[in-house]
Design a binder for this molecule. Sequence first.
Ligand code: SF4
Ligand code: SF4
Length: 414
Amino acid sequence: MKERDKQQTAGDQCAKCGACTAVCPVYQVTGRESLTARGRLHLLNRLTNPASPTFGKIVSACLLCGACLDVCPRKIDTLTPLIRAREQLPLSARHRLPGKLAARKTLASPRLLGGLAALRRQLLQHLPKTSGLWLKLALLPEDYAPEEARPAPPAGQPSGGPPVVSYFSGCLARYLSPDISAATDFLTRRVSGAPLLIPAEQTCCGLASFSAGSRQEALDLARQNIAAFAGHDLPILTSCASCYSHLRSYAALLADDPQWRRPAEEFSARLREFSRFFLAAGLAPPSAPAAAEEADTLHIFYHDPCHLRFGPEKTMEQPRRLLAAITGAPPLEPADGPHCCGQGGLFHLAHPHLSQQIFAAAVRQLPEPSASHVVTSCSGCLLQWQQGLRRAGFSGRTCHLAVLLAGIIRRRGG
Ligand code: SF4
Ligand code: SF4
């Protein structure tokens, strides 16, 4: 069936019940039906000019959070028509909004320009041009510094015992926040007695390319990652929820490629999500009790990444159980349930005002001043919370779940 026919079919299947509209973070702040799954399914059947500004706005103003997909009673694939529509955008339009914004922000701030230049020189000289992190970096604050910075474990197979788990680090943990890689390695040694195997040939998961409609680039990155983890059958652990979600989709992405279909299926089957992995492995704190002052000051708020909240494999209970096992108390809960943080990969660059409005709604759920830490397990969410809370003057710490857990265990002598 042709793409246009599939799109038409999805639109025809829609019962117009509005369940997707009610849960859409973009609708909640704009009230615009045209920017919801229901509105988009019908409009895309009528709009025929991908170069028009209306087409560009309708297909770009989506976080790809999956909330609509999750509630649709007819199980309509609301996202594939959108991704296919993005692929129709002229090349210049695909990157126009993020590129313009990044350039404008960077050029407007000599300090940011200097900071970025220094970052690029010192930290990012090996960052592949295909990494989605380049776009995210353009909006990092001048004083960005990873929490509890520690050296990254060496690439390739480290000495000292054969690894039993391999690691897909993702661009943030690999290039900018090696403390996340180091913390994940520390936790893995604790549960398995061996370091992580970190193939040096791995690259960006390709989610940014896929989301921007650059399908060929996303396919090339997927093949490179599958090849990087070939040659052994170790489980593949990843500490980023968005990477995990996209890596899982490799099997579907390469389903029509006779050479890569089977390797992609095997690759996807080996993936392990961070909190599920460490919960199943029995990660536990040292037997020494926490210092009284630490127990009294740890009030942790866990942000659920949309990529773990929605879809067939919902992972909300596991990070909470893991936090409770290590800290001795369940995390603080948002006042009326989890919210999207508004980052959405390229969404926060293409639609910064919408992104901030959605983030503001998420922050209102934060039980401050009682929260001492905001933690999450997704690179995009982490950057959004770190930047947003810094702007808001939050006095606590914002860090990756791995960094928090490793820090607690280390302080207790683990
Ligand atoms: S993926 Fe999320 S932002 Fe996009 S239409 Fe669905 S609910 Fe709205
Ligand atoms: S939830 Fe599904 S059936 Fe209902 S309006 Fe949205 S896309 Fe249509």
